[in-house]
Design a binder for this molecule. Structure first.
Ligand code: ZN
Length: 92
C-alpha cells in the first residue's frame, strides 16, 4: 500500500491523469487486503480425482475456502473443503 501511495503521484502526470492514479491506488488497496486476509498457505496436496482417480495437483499458494482444484487428466473441477476450526487449532 505504501508503494502505491508513492507511485500514485508519479503516474498522475500521465494523461488522462486521474484514472491512472485511481488505478494504482485501487491496486494497492486490493493487494493490501489480500495480504491482510491471507491466513494459510497451501504447500502440497495429496488427493485423487473423484471422477477418474488420477492424482490431483494444486499450485502452492494462498489457501482458499473452498480450494478449487482441476484434474489435469480429465479436466474435472473439484473443490476441497477444509475445516477452518481444525486449521486454526493446528496453527495454534
Ligand atoms: Zn480426473
Amino acid at each position: 500500500m505504501v508503494i502505491t501511495l508513492v507511485l500514485a503521484p508519479a503516474v498522475v502526470v500521465i494523461p488522462p491523469h486521474v484514472p491512472w492514479a485511481l488505478g494504482v491506488l485501487a491496486t494497492g488497496f486490493v493487494l493490501a487486503r489480500r495480504r491482510w486476509t491471507h491466513r494459510f498457505t497451501l504447500e502440497d496436496l495429496e488427493a485423487t480425482c473423484p471422477r477418474c482417480g488420477a492424482r490431483l495437483e494444486a499450485v502452492p499458494g494462498r489457501l482458499r475456502m473452498p480450494q478449487p482444484v482441476t484434474c489435469s487428466a480429465c479436466g474435472h473441477d473439484a473443490s476441497i473443503e477444509i475445516d477452518a476450526e481444525a486449521l486454526e487449532a493446528g496453527a495454534a
